[in-house]
Design a protein around this ligand. Structure first.
Ligand code: NDP
Length: 324
């Protein structure tokens, strides 16, 4: 089997496609033939070595994949069944999806929902799944379309673009925050009602004019601080990312004077029933045109080059990896 292998030399991460014996796959009760994987921000951090994602080398990266079951000792899965996986540390501390085959725990797998094939599932991938979890967090906080506008930061990235498309489809008005003018037409095609420049979010006061009923933040840092200061009374921010930094230079004012909720969103350890619900929602709620608009398709060999592009903020939408 072919796999993208990450190794360390003199403290640097090296990535190359190599041939491997299947017997070297880690322990697990289900072996999957992988057809599609994707590149997420976390994969880019791992492959370029710019983030301390991987501690044990050699490692096959790839935090998500879709494929068919090759062999299973788990009664819930049978050979030939279409499955997908995101999170659980796969591609971080357990060999991951950027390979022709993976062996994993049955507990980590999701049966592919009706309405999706493997390609569509990986156009969505971890990023799109996380966007759905953010939308569900806003819904659970009582943020309805009639409550007002939703702001999405890092809007042209994987999480951001799926959040824009989902929110638009669900009837919300969406303001997209981006650092790149080249992405404006793309964001409008996904359903953004207006577009704001990232530079408008560089500085903030503890409280500003109330603008947003809800927010999906993939960026963190000053951008999240500004969004918090601009939330409507009783609004909710679903915060999932740190593309702009992990610090949060804010005050308690939005929380204690405007009843604002800051809801963290983690996709890695999401419990199985919530996962299944989110994937079913994605299958139902994303419009067909989303899949054409947002995907760049690459090969395993191209993954290191595209990981660099993601780190340099040159990628748009989702990067889909065709495996076999
Ligand atoms: P992408 O690289 O696809 O998108 C990130 C976007 O953030 C970019 O497209 C860009 O959008 C914006 N951005 C990039 N650099 C900066 C910067 N320096 N300052 C401000 N904005 C910046 O990544 P993903 O969509 O895959 O992931 C987004 C974030 O969400 C990441 O931090 C990732 O780690 C996190 N994440 C968290 C998950 C969880 O479980 N909590 C799961 C998945 C992702 P634009 O050019 O439009 O401004």
């Amino acid at each position: 089997m072919q796999a993208l292998i990450l190794e360390q030399q003199d403290g640097k991460t090296l990535a190359s496609v190599q041939k491997l014996e299947e017997s070297r796959l880690p322990e697990g009760d289900v072996t999957v033939d992988i057809h599609w994987s994707s590149l997420n921000y976390k994969d880019a951090l791992a492959i370029t070595g710019k983030g301390k994602i991987i501690r044990n080398f050699p490692m096959i990266p790839g935090i998500d994949f879709a494929g068919t079951v090759r062999a299973s000792e788990d009664p819930r899965f049978h050979a030939g069944q279409a499955v997908l996986l995101t999170g659980w540390g796969v591609g971080e501390n357990h060999w991951g999806g950027l390979a022709e085959r993976a062996r994993v725990k049955g507990d980590w797998l999701v049966a592919l929902p009706d309405g999706l094939d493997g390609r569509k599932a990986m156009i969505i991938g971890t990023a799109g799944f996380t966007a759905m979890l953010c939308v569900m967090a806003l819904e659970e906080a009582g943020v309805r379309p009639e409550a007002g506008e939703i702001v999405v930061t890092g809007a042209s990235g994987g999480v951001g673009s799926t959040a824009v498309a989902l929110l638009h489809q669900l009837g919300y008005r969406v303001a997209a925050v981006t650092g790149r003018e080249s992405t404006h037409a793309y964001l409008q095609s996904l359903g953004a009602d207006r577009i704001l420049g990232r530079d408008e979010f560089a500085e903030t006061r503890p409280l500003e004019k109330q603008l947003w009923a809800g927010a999906v933040d993939t960026v963190g840092g000053n951008v999240l601080a500004k969004v918090l200061a601009q939330m409507n009374y009783g609004g909710c921010v679903a915060a999932c990312g740190l593309a702009g930094g992990f610090a949060l230079p804010t005050t308690v004012m939005p929380f204690i004077l405007r009843n604002v909720r800051l809801q963290g969103v983690d996709s890695v350890m999401t419990p199985a029933d919530r996962r299944t619900r989110a994937w079913q929602r994605l299958a139902n709620d994303l419009p067909e045109c989303f899949y054409d608009q947002t995907a760049t398709e690459i090969t395993l060999e191209q993954a290191p080059t595209f990981a660099e592009a993601i780190m340099n903020n040159q990628a748009q939408g989702r990067t889909l990896v065709k495996i076999s």
